[in-house]
Design a protein around this ligand. Sequence first.
Ligand code: NAD
Length: 455
Amino acid sequence: MDVLQEMKDYYYTGETKEISFRINQLTKLKKIISFHEDDIINALKADLKRPQFESYVSEIGVILESISFAINNLKKWSKIKKVKTPISQFRSKSYIKQEPYGVVLIIAPFNFPFNLCIEPLIGAIAAGNCAVIKPSEETVNVSNIIQKIFDENFLKKYIRVVQGGKEVITTLIHSKFDYIFFTGSVTVGKIVMKGASENLIPVTLELGGKSPCIINHDANLKTAAERIAWGKFFNAGQICISPDYLLVHNSVKNEFIQELQKVIKRFYGEDIYASPDFARIINEKHTTRLINIIENDKEKIIFGGNYNLEDKYIEPTLINNASWDDKCMEGEIFGPILPIISFDAINEAIEIVNGRPKPLALYLFTENEDVANKVIERTSSGGVCINDVINHYSNHHLPFGGVGNSGMGNYHGEESFKTFSHAKGVLNKSTRINNTLIFPPYSLKKLHAIKKILK
Ligand code: NAD
């Protein structure tokens, strides 16, 4: 790939490593995003029929904030960190230098097509890398805006947008990038990792899965219903960390379901199809997949269940008494369908979570701190929210990423910087003192001496 070589040549000029250069590029990016705010929001409307509010919050506001955070902190993050040196290496200085990887590849999915290209890019720029961005081929309008923004404002040998589907990506993942940052499904994540392994390219995999949401008997049900309905139906449920299914304590299940139904009507009105605040599914393939779930699990639906394939509309739908044999529990739902399972004791809920692949997020609603600590301690997930959903994502001070099946590696804030940096250990030894103890010819005397030091 000649283009990659051109980018590598540019990277090795060292220009992108200059702190002032990184800050200038981030500042420019921030200005350009603000300038194109309407274009980005309109593109999201065209691709996902996403409400302006949701688009601003999730793809513009959070990104502008993240760029500001990186600009304000990257000098601190890049600082050389002095560390101690053992006496055996007298006289040396040791330190850790954060070094960019070089030219990195960022592959993004369709559901937050702008954010999931730019958020990792912020880390890549902050760390001093060049980057190739591969936006989703499903969101043509957003991908074209991304292309325009970078083609018109950044050197192509520094940041390049490459569009395309499977063929393009196959070429990309078999090329000698210095790092691959992939966001998408578990299935494609495995393909990416396999491709990257040929050239031993390090990867971050931000994947998906079924994120459980536990509602304990002592939860504030009204607040839980509002927060869950918001998090589940935002972007019509096409969020990697939306609550995939609910585990509700038997004693509060009926009351909670009533609350949830009330909230959904309050948020979107009686005629949800007509609501300007409810998005559409990305394409016909995914709409059909969700319709299949509705049709298969029809007799358990207690709310919603309507759809319109032509308009890619799936109504917020509640499936009661879901079981693991139901279609809705087969894989990640990634749509506005919410299965409900009940439990009688918190240990049972913990067992259910631990019996499945490690989720990207775990949510728990409880007023009992001990229960919260117990669940955090005894389960494993990429991240956790107590008495909320999704919002751990929006705190730049928290690492965001999966574990096990939900991915590997973290990003956001300083974690993004670290992800796109190699921590290089440097030992710098003085020549004024030359310790000959370790050199041959070895002797018993030398061995005794070294044993006194290395113990
Ligand atoms: P996807 O895996 O189908 O696509 C992601 C990217 O991979 C796209 O750019 C696509 O072009 C590319 N791709 C598709 N098929 C490929 C193949 N055979 N070989 C190589 N590349 C290929 O994912 P999607 O449908 O766009 O997005 C939904 C998935 O992404 C869900 O599973 C969701 O949970 C996950 N996701 C995860 C996060 C996270 O932060 N962990 C965020 C958003 C979405």
